[in-house]
Design a protein around this ligand. Structure first.
Ligand SMILES: [Zn+2]
Length: 151
């Protein structure tokens, strides 16, 4: 395997990295699709270098008041909506949400949020909030010997 994590190619753009389901390793998303969409109800947020990309917005959101999750936001994912659409307690105004799970193994991966008014130029029709503890970068697989999977 080539070791390209953290590297930049000659154009200065970083190589996109596949984001995988931590349960089964199937592709969930790609660092190409990461966006910085800050929820007004996030507890805190910071930038980190993740999935071979700098300045990835990580925010901690709560679900059912008790549970807190560090999530990244993407515009595309293979994760599948589960259950009914909910409009209450949405992290993003104008969006309804569902849990989303891995279509291959059923692992909980995060949430899918869908715009109530799709087609708006300034906000994507769909936003995925992927839980950092449920996904893993493809290149991180190489370093599993050094880092335990669960943290
Ligand atoms: Zn899976």
């Amino acid at each position: 395997m080539s070791l390209e994590a953290g590297g930049k190619n000659s154009t200065g753009w970083q190589n996109p990295e596949n984001i995988l389901c931590r349960g089964c390793g199937s592709q969930t998303s790609s660092s190409n699709f990461i966006i910085s969409k800050l929820s007004p109800s996030s507890h805190y947020a910071f930038h980190d270098t993740l999935f071979n990309r700098e300045m990835v917005l990580v925010q901690v959101v709560s679900h059912n008041i008790i549970f807190q999750f560090p999530v990244i936001t993407t515009t595309q994912s293979t994760c599948q909506g589960y259950g009914e659409w909910q409009v209450d307690n949405s992290w993003f105004p104008g969006y309804r949400w569902k849990l989303c799970i891995c279509p291959d193994c059923g692992e909980f991966e995060g949430w899918i949020l869908e715009s109530i008014n799709p087609g708006s130029p300034e906000s994507p029709d769909e936003v995925f909030c992927l839980v950092l503890t449920s996904v893993i970068g493809e290149s991180f697989i190489d370093s599993l010997v050094k880092f335990p999977v669960d943290f």
